[in-house]
Design a binder for this molecule. Sequence first.
Ligand SMILES: NC(=O)c1ccc[n+]([C@@H]2O[C@H](COP(=O)([O-])OP(=O)(O)OC[C@H]3O[C@@H](n4cnc5c(N)ncnc54)[C@H](O)[C@@H]3O)[C@@H](O)[C@H]2O)c1
Length: 258
Amino acid sequence: MSRRVEGKKALITGAAQGIGAASALALAREGARILLTDLNSDGAPETAERINRVVGAPVAFAMRQGVTVQSDWIEAVENAGTLLGGLSVLVNNAGVATVGSVEDLTLDEWRRGMSVNADSVFLGCKFALPALRENQPGSIINVSSIAGLIASHNFASYNASKAAVWLLSKSVALHCARQGWNIRCNSIHPTFIQTPILKALVGNRDEATVMEKLRRQVPLGRLGDADDVANAVVYLASDESSFMTGAEIKLDGGISAM
Ligand SMILES: NC(=O)c1ccc[n+]([C@@H]2O[C@H](COP(=O)([O-])OP(=O)(O)OC[C@H]3O[C@@H](n4cnc5c(N)ncnc54)[C@H](O)[C@@H]3O)[C@@H](O)[C@H]2O)c1
């Protein structure tokens, strides 16, 4: 039986841990070759080695990449060509949680959120498209957030950056369609997923109390797992989603239905 993303060649940013690592493993299990990139130059190769042990074949590779740096993107796409034999899936996953209201944040803090969360996706799409064109059908998967669709008082930069990713994804999707390329672009919008990024929300409060407070906000009554997002990444990377472009998948346990 053929696997769901057999033969796909995927680059995933922010893949040392959390949602990126879970997505890399899920894609590898379904037959893809993966280039994991991250600022964390120890974590990314460790995760790639773990994936190769789990799937029993050398399908995962790793490199250090800062997603806000143009030259790093050029190198990452070149490496995908060398290590994977091309690029057919791009997962723009790296991100940071910048907590603060419009009054709390300094201009530098605002810009950091916008840069890591939104500039990165612009750069990724821009520099990956030539390689994706050579390996159609292609799929770009941008990890936004439910916070890109629903605002909070203390998430000014995060809300704005993730909303930028939402509409940028649609613009990229329409650009590719207009060019006649079989390259799709969609966004994923998770709510609270149990990964290290949630630490930013805890601050100096008791972690268990904060997690319980977050959990109570979710109609399904639980926080999400990284695998909940990885499952959507596999679907969007696969040809099962071949008629889906410029769309958004909400993984929020029902929050936005209220
Ligand atoms: N966990 C959640 O609750 C949640 C909810 C909605 C959206 N998201 C989004 O999911 C994505 C993944 O988050 P996660 O929960 O796995 O977080 P995480 O903190 O566990 O992982 C993020 C990874 O991105 C890397 N990274 C950060 N800045 C980088 C940069 N400039 N260049 C390259 N790599 C960089 C980090 O080193 C880390 O490995 C993010 O875009 C995040 O905003 C997460």
